[in-house]
Design a protein around this ligand. Structure first.
Ligand SMILES: [Zn+2]
Length: 259
């Protein structure tokens, strides 16, 4: 392995957090998982993160054809905007997408139109670039309880509505950790103190469903996870404590700047 780029962090057990650089540093993470010469990306950030993802892959000594899966946790553009462009660089990879999100990865026009209505064309171009679709034959839909093997390392998919109806979380049996996308909440590393990390529920429109989110968080917690890999931002350990914040009755009252 050559030196990792400064924006990538080795979390051990074949997991690397990659700062996608979206909006600011240490705000939006994608992950690379490596298992005996096979690799998967979980979330991608936007198109502008793709060079970072590919450079990290190279730094850990893997070739593009060794990537088997690209797995967006959900199809919001800050996490999945780069899926199509990344897939075009990875000849052997399949995109594994929640069934409610799959068609939007194949034809991103509705996602683009929705985001353009909110942000305007100039901001769309600046933040997201030109969104690329994934050929339909390279998209696989997940289902609740589905497992995938990354060279023998089992990944399990859970349907986790609440932040978005097109959201799944991915359980890594090796580290007993969930890749939680925006389901478990937001927890930025610069707010860590001696008392540990701090977390706020994800309450971003437009599909925010507080009851469903609480149920999804409870379901994640029922696995007794050792850690969570958040998109905003990176790994947290104090899972049961943070889970109480994430699913508390105050949910819905918090403002949120991301998601
Ligand atoms: Zn989101």
């Amino acid at each position: 392995m050559s030196t990792l780029p400064s924006y990538a962090q080795d979390l051990g057990d074949g997991i690397f957090a990659i700062d996608t650089g979206f909006h600011r540093d240490v705000f939006d993470a994608a992950y690379l998982m490596v298992e005996n010469g096979a690799a998967a990306f979980i979330d991608t950030g936007t198109n502008f993160a793709v060079p970072r993802l590919l450079a990290t892959l190279e730094a850990v000594g893997l070739k593009r054809q060794q990537v088997q899966y690209v797995i967006p946790t959900h199809v919001h553009l800050d996490h999945a905007g780069g899926v199509g462009l990344l897939m075009s660089e990875l000849p052997k990879a399949m995109a594994v997408v929640h069934p409610r999100g799959a068609r939007h990865m194949i034809d991103p026009s509705a996602l683009v139109a929705g985001a353009t209505a909110v942000y305007g064309e100039e901001e769309m171009a600046r933040s997201y670039g030109q969104i690329v679709g994934v050929p339909a034959e390279r998209v696989t839909e997940s289902h609740d309880g589905m497992t995938l093997s990354l060279n023998g390392r089992e990944l399990q998919f859970l349907d986790t509505p609440g932040h978005a109806r097109h959201h799944h979380c991915i359980w890594d049996t090796r580290t007993r950790g969930f890749f939680t996308g925006d389901t478990f909440g937001l927890s930025y590393r610069e707010f860590d103190t001696a008392k540990g990390p701090w977390l706020l529920p994800t309450t971003t429109p437009v599909q925010f469903e507080p009851e469903k989110l609480r149920e999804s968080v409870q379901r994640l917690l029922s696995y007794q996870p050792a850690c969570m890999y958040l998109t905003h931002y990176s790994r947290v350990r104090d899972v049961q404590k943070l889970g109480r914040a994430s699913s508390s009755s105050s949910i819905g009252w918090w403002p949120s700047a991301a998601g």
